[in-house]
Design a protein around this ligand. Structure first.
Ligand SMILES: [Fe+2]
Length: 257
């Protein structure tokens, strides 16, 4: 039967929407409560919707009963502090699973490449229903930072680098594409991440906000790119050696983040 997917994401796996006027917002993302949650990179998360409406970030399939990343329960104490972020996550009208703000400390390009991962968005998702994708609304004005997307984790061919100024809005099939953020600067980056179910509502939202499935990659000097590739290879080798020393097979599991 197959999943219901967004036509707009079919070719490249991502769309970039019109920028949102972030300057109108109070800084809601600084008021909400964060929890330590190990993702790719040095991060904390502040959930707005979770499996049971509690302030935690675990995959819905790790709860009892296990279920897929749909029908997230809004957390009253967080929603109260972040009404605009909540409204933005709800605006498409698509089903929301997990919804949270990520706080990411500065992450150079090479480390970002090491952090590249695919999300486990569709575990337990029944065939014939909507495919879960993710929305990324950049909250801080990270003018020199960018999101990296690849079809193959260790092959830079076709890499896409999407700029992350305040108000940048991306929707990405993060189960298909390897992804991570390069964040330069000294302050953390904040981004609202929402699991949405593909379907007519999300299609309409992408169309309304002029989603495009190709953008020009952020320019990065060749020497920085190559230093990044080398750093990724070095860290991958160190990781493999660590697991070999423990006598365990290396498993690069899909991330929950
Ligand atoms: Fe991810």
């Amino acid at each position: 039967m197959g999943y219901i997917k967004c036509e707009a994401l079919e070719e490249t796996g991502y769309v970039v929407l019109d920028r949102y006027n972030q300057e109108l917002d109070p800084k809601e993302w600084l008021d909400i409560e964060y929890v330590d949650w190990k993702s790719s990179g040095d991060t904390r998360f502040a959930p707005l919707a979770s499996a049971k409406g509690e302030i935690e970030c675990n995959g819905f399939w790790n709860h009892k009963p296990p279920r897929t990343d749909k029908d997230g329960v809004w957390i009253p104490s967080q929603v109260e502090k972040a009404p605009i972020l909540t409204r933005r996550a709800q605006e498409p009208g698509a089903n929301v699973g997990r919804c949270r703000v990520i706080e990411l400390q500065p992450t150079p390009y090479g480390e970002c490449l090491y952090n590249l991962h695919q999300d486990d968005n569709n575990r337990l998702n029944p065939d014939g229903t909507g495919w879960v994708v993710r929305g990324f609304f950049n909250l801080t004005d990270d003018k020199d930072s960018f999101f990296v997307l690849r079809e193959n984790r260790t092959d830079p061919e076709g890499e896409v680098r999407i700029a992350l100024p305040a108000g940048a809005q991306l929707i990405i099939d993060t189960q298909r594409l390897w992804h991570a953020a390069t964040h330069v600067g000294t302050d953390p980056r904040y981004c609202l991440i929402t699991s949405w179910t593909s379907g007519p509502e999300l299609d309409a939202y992408i169309e309304k906000h002029n989603g495009v499935n190709r953008v020009e990659s952020v320019h990065v000097p060749q020497d920085v790119l190559e230093a990044g590739y080398a750093e990724q290879a070095r860290k991958d080798a160190a990781r493999a050696a660590y697991y070999a020393a423990k006598g365990q097979a290396e498993v690069r599991a899909m991330s929950e983040a």
